[in-house]
Design a protein around this ligand. Structure first.
Ligand code: GLU
Length: 497
């Protein structure tokens, strides 16, 4: 059955990789896929693409589920719900990909490559020096298949690569852009199966979209350059390809691809900072077009149900939509102010003053408290939207502002990567102090100032654990942004002659 044939059931999917905090881009794609499915009586599938074991983060899958459910973006089939094409987690489907790779080898559409990491590295260096794009030089493509099979059987490590046609081009239709052509001269002999037996994204994605009868692949624009490889794979397997829709990529104000340096990208941040799901859905729905043009600001407020009724995929705008935080805050304000007083109180209780959050904060305050009236003095930073670290606090004695900024940037990177527990954070901060040539005490003080706005706080590492990575990083990001926007200091006065 051709899933993209007229009249075939509509089946769409999102396929996030569990590599960290759930991303706003994942929510955007989930929203569009869900609307597409619901408008056409189709099914919306959640598939977890966890084949990249190096970037795998154990809690990430659950965080994706929780964040999407918080937004009300529920899937019809998925790892936790099951469905007719289970399992929906790629790590549980490895034999399928291995069989698929074996089929391609047998058909001569793929080949084994025995090149060592060292050889590939020196090849890449030579290409970079000659200003050539990095591309496999196809050294193993001419090995006789029987010889390659014998070397593999003897235990030599290998990967399986796609044998991209040596000339010609692949053309596919993007439903928003029309025909897109990639010259084969510009398509690499993509690795399909890695030496550890795990598939790469490309192989697993195509095998699963086929096996799950996906009719429409609706994903971000950044995957366009992968699509010719996918189309070649469908062709090599002799399978019909789905329809492809590449959605505009969310961007920072400066039009670069949305990044955590310039915007919070974690859905956890938005949830913890007190955004309402309905406002977030509305905001995402505004981003790339699709809703009838708003005549006035009031028409920019719409619900998921309005989107189901009025969203049109052919009205999507391809210019990069700007993820404008001010706009999101404005919308969120509209939603909050429109709540009944009871619902508003309920929202406050469910979010910033949530029972679970308070239960974790209280013991931290208790250690230092003398009257209950001081509770907020000790813990205000857990509840404030932003803090302003006073200059003398973030600028330790004997350090320059430049120095502080450099350490703050390194601190951000270290906190992004660290496991979020007090012992792991402590180790990361101490290691950072070493590499930056600061004392550990100075690093702790800078971090305390940026996160709490004060020189004294409840135990810092335990506080960070409760406050969470997403909001901690947001405080650091805001500090760096404000500093970057400050005018350069006036030149020092010239000494009197
Ligand atoms: N695993 C890919 C991701 O993380 C899926 C891209 C696709 O939808 O094909 O976004």
């Amino acid at each position: 059955m051709n899933p993209a044939a007229a009249g075939a059931p509509i089946r769409v999917r999102i396929a996030p990789s569990p590599t960290g905090d759930p991303h706003v881009g994942t929510a955007y794609m989930a929203l569009l896929n869900l609307i597409y499915a619901r408008q056409r009586g189709g099914r919306f599938v959640l598939r977890i693409e966890d084949t990249d074991r190096a970037r795998f983060v154990a809690e990430s899958e659950q965080m994706i589920f929780d964040a999407l459910r918080w937004l009300g973006l529920e899937w019809d089939e998925g790892p936790d719900r099951g469905g007719p094409y289970a399992p929906y987690r790629q790590s549980e489907r490895t034999p399928l990909y291995q069989q698929a790779a074996a089929d391609l080898l047998a058909a001569g559409r793929a080949y084994r490559c025995f090149c060592t990491a060292e050889r590939l590295e020196s090849m890449r260096r030579a290409q970079a020096a000659a200003k050539l794009p990095p591309r496999y030089d196809r050294a193993c493509r001419s090995l006789p298949p029987a010889e390659a099979a014998a070397r593999a059987a003897a235990g030599e490590a290998f990967v399986v690569r796609l044998a991209v046609p040596l000339d010609g081009a692949t053309t596919f239709r993007d439903e928003l852009r029309g025909a897109i052509t990639f010259d084969h001269a510009n398509v690499d002999d993509q690795v399909l199966l890695k030496s550890d037996g795990f598939p790469t994204y490309h192989l697993a994605n195509v095998v699963d979209d086929h096996a799950m009868y996906i009719s429409d692949v609706i994903r971000a624009e950044e995957w366009i350059s992968s699509t010719p490889k996918h189309v070649l794979l469908y062709d090599a397997f002799g399978w019909p390809a789905p329809r492809f829709w590449h959605m505009p990529l969310l961007r920072n104000k400066d039009k670069s691809k949305i990044s955590k340096r310039k915007n919070p990208v974690s859905l956890i941040y938005y949830r913890q900072a007190g955004y309402l799901p309905a406002a977030m859905i509305n905001f995402l729905g505004l981003l790339g077009g699709g809703m009838p043009a708003a005549e006035d600001a009031a028409a920019e407020k719409f619900s998921f149900a309005d989107m189901l009724a009025r969203f049109q995929f052919d009205q999507i705008r391809l210019g990069g939509p700007v993820f404008d935080l001010e706009k999101l805050r404005w919308l969120n304000g509209l939603y909050l102010r429109a709540l009944t007083p009871e619902a508003f109180l309920e929202a406050v209780r469910a979010s910033v003053f949530g029972e679970a959050y308070l239960a974790r904060i209280a013991p931290l305050a208790q250690e230092r408290i003398e009257t209950l009236g001081q509770f907020f003095d000790l813990t205000d930073f857990f509840f404030l939207d932003a803090v302003v670290p006073p200059r003398e606090v973030f600028l330790p004695k004997k350090r320059t502002l430049e120095d502080t900024l450099r350490v703050a940037v390194a601190l951000t990177a270290a906190l992004e990567a660290a496991e979020w527990t007090p012992p792991a954070l402590e180790a990361a901060l101490r290691a950072l102090a070493q590499t930056q040539g600061w004392s550990a005490k100075e690093v702790f003080m800078l971090l305390r100032a940026l996160v709490t706005g004060k020189t004294a706080s409840p135990p810092l590492l335990e506080s960070l654990e409760v406050f969470g990575r997403a909001r901690t990083l947001d405080r650091l990001r805001r500090f760096l942004e404000i500093q970057a926007a400050r005018p350069a200091p006036p030149p020092a006065p010239r000494p009197a002659e």
